[in-house]
Design a protein around this ligand. Structure first.
Ligand code: FAD
Ligand code: COM
Length: 519
């Protein structure tokens, strides 16, 4: 087994090595990068080198400690670049682009999109080829810029709270950090493994044919809606089957209504209070139809393409069996605010500890575990955080929606675009970033914004944005809102004119009045 610690591979070299390993099915020797001249004990072994493990290890290293990451994949970065956030953003970019192209089909310089179906297979294959680049860079950055030690390409086995084995090697550390992530829940209906039935992992790993004209999506969470909008934008009939109402995660009624109306205009079909009963097909070929129980009875839908997004299960079995760490009813590892599990010297971070299953929580969890391991007393209380998802649009929000705000505050003031007026949806507002063609030629598609204010204290208590490019702004807005940002302070900011600066402009238009009024 070669130790590559003294070798300095370029990102291109890493890409070749990762590509080779991912394409070979035989068991391979791990890639070992440990510093034999460093005689210190490891402060922590991070099992899993995804967002949580990689950021935790980097922080611990930056604090002067000695971490070791072990990951079964030949690359660091975990599921984000391989199966999750990165492909999701690729598909959502495609959906946004296709909404533009279909809306302006045959106008200006836009090609005629009538009856045009876009290849899903080509997009998946493009992603599959492209993902090695981010993988290679994560390895390069981790080794050459962050000085991290790691063992990649083989699963870890836990012996006890200080000992882990990989292949035939034994590693000891003062602490272990479980950062093993999660995997998609599988449907329990029979034939769930037929070709043609995918989740977000198998779709990008295994799709090898062009899906036909109908896509059936099971689920109502972020992944279900995001992938359904992508399938719809390619020109396929797209039916979303869910027990719960879609978009229930967005805490504002107007925002949900805007999005549902737009999705339905694009032809998306929603079967609510419904569930998948059976998948029918040919085991030698692929799925042919699904049976769905709806409130008005059982129906059958002919399709060769089913996408399930039923939520995530934690990869906690390893630690639960080997160490007996306490897990909840769904298998998520239980931790305290310092990332301690029930077993001394064993920490857990990221998706394996449960909601919210988002990158910021994974990375920050890793960072807090590192601080505690290095002797600080550091508590991570997740509290309020900004959130986002994609439909054909980017949707961002923070704080309270209007309905919830009215339950808690007696003087709620709402500023929104487009405004409430008889031709509201045909007013060319908000005309935000990347929304200008819509604003000029199809105003009702140009997005939606709402600011919720407590009129008595003048503090911002909620913000909602449908359009493009507001994620960055919301990241910075959220801590300011937590610290008590007022309508007057927002009106004092210097806007770069377009979105999401509308909140600044709208606030400035109202800030002069003692008694705030909505608009
Ligand atoms: P992972 O990144 O899954 O890392 C776990 C690692 O552990 C893996 O690399 C795995 O190989 C390794 N591992 C497991 N068992 C072992 C073992 N025994 N030995 C060695 N290694 C092991 N969040 C956002 O904030 N923004 C988004 O846009 C977004 N989009 C998403 C889209 C989809 C479709 C999904 C499903 C999720 C999305 N998320 C998004 C959530 C985000 O991807 C996760 O919260 C994040 O990747 C979790 O990081 P993690 O380190 O906990 O787990
Ligand atoms: C991002 C992966 S795609 S990581 O969080 O930088 O490790």
């Amino acid at each position: 087994m070669v130790n590559i610690n003294k070798m300095h591979w370029s990102a291109a070299h890493w890409a070749e090595e990762i590509e080779r390993r991912l394409s070979e099915t035989d068991r391979q020797a791990p890639i070992v990068n440990t510093d034999s001249q460093d005689t210190r004990d490891f402060d922590a072994i991070f099992i899993g080198g995804g967002a949580a493990g990689r950021f935790g290890a980097a922080y611990l290293r930056a604090m002067g400690g000695r971490p070791l990451i072990i990951d079964q994949w030949p690359f660091l970065g975990g599921s984000c670049p391989h199966h999750a956030c990165v492909p999701h953003h690729v598909f959502s970019d495609v959906a946004a682009q296709l909404l533009l192209e279909r809306t302006f089909s045959g106008k200006l310089w836009f090609q005629d999109m009538n009856n045009k179906t876009i290849s899903i297979l080509e997009i998946i294959e493009m992603f599959r080829r492209g993902r090695t680049g981010p993988h290679a860079f994560m390895n390069y950055q981790s080794k050459e810029q962050l000085d991290l030690e790691f063992v990649l390409g083989c699963p870890a086995t836990i012996v006890d709270a200080h000992t882990v084995t990989v292949d035939d090697r034994i590693y000891h550390a003062n602490n272990i950090v479980l950062a093993t992530g999660s995997r998609p829940k599988k449907s329990t209906v029979s034939n769930g493994n037929l070709k043609g039935v995918y989740d977000h992992v198998t779709l990008v790993d295994h799709l090898d044919y062009e899906p036909g004209s109908t896509a059936v999506v099971i689920g109502s969470g972020k992944t279900a809606i995001e992938y359904a909008c992508f399938f719809n934008a390619t020109g396929r009939r797209t039916i979303i089957v869910s027990r719960n109402p879609p978009l229930a995660n967005i805490p504002d009624g107007d925002t949900r209504l805007y999005l549902m109306t737009r999705m339905m205009e694009q032809g998306m079909e929603f079967l609510e209070a419904s569930e998948l009963l059976a998948i029918d097909g040919d085991p030698e070929d692929r799925v042919k139809s699904v049976r769905i129980l709806t409130p008005s009875g059982e129906i059958s839908i002919a399709t060769d393409f089913v996408f399930t997004a039923l939520g995530q299960r934690p990869n906690s079995e390893l630690a639960a069996h080997a160490l007996g760490v306490k897990v909840d009813a769904k298998g998520f590892v239980e931790i305290d605010s310092r990332m301690h599990t029930s077993i001394p010297h064993v920490y857990a971070v990221g998706d394996v500890v449960g909601r919210p299953m988002e990158m910021f929580k994974a990375r920050k969890g890793g960072m807090y575990a590192a601080r505690n391991i290095m002797g600080e007393e550091a508590h991570y209380h997740i509290g309020d955080y900004p959130d986002f998802m994609h439909t054909h649009y980017e949707v961002c929000w923070l704080g309270l929606g209007e309905e919830e705000a009215r339950k808690h505050y007696h003087n709620v003031v709402v500023l929104k675009l487009p405004p409430d007026n008889p031709d509201g949806e045909n007013v060319a507002l908000p005309a935000g970033d990347r929304m200008m063609l819509y604003a000029m030629m199809k105003p009702k598609l140009s997005g939606f914004q709402k600011l919720v204010i407590d009129g008595s204290s003048r503090r911002i208590i909620g913000a909602f944005h449908v359009g493009s490019g507001a994620k960055d702004g919301f990241q910075y807005l959220a801590p300011m809102v937590r610290r008590g940002l007022t309508v007057d302070e927002l009106g004092e900011m210097d806007e770069l004119f377009l979105n999401p600066s509308y909140f600044i402009q709208l606030c400035r238009l109202r800030a002069g009045s003692k008694n705030l009024r909505g608009m």
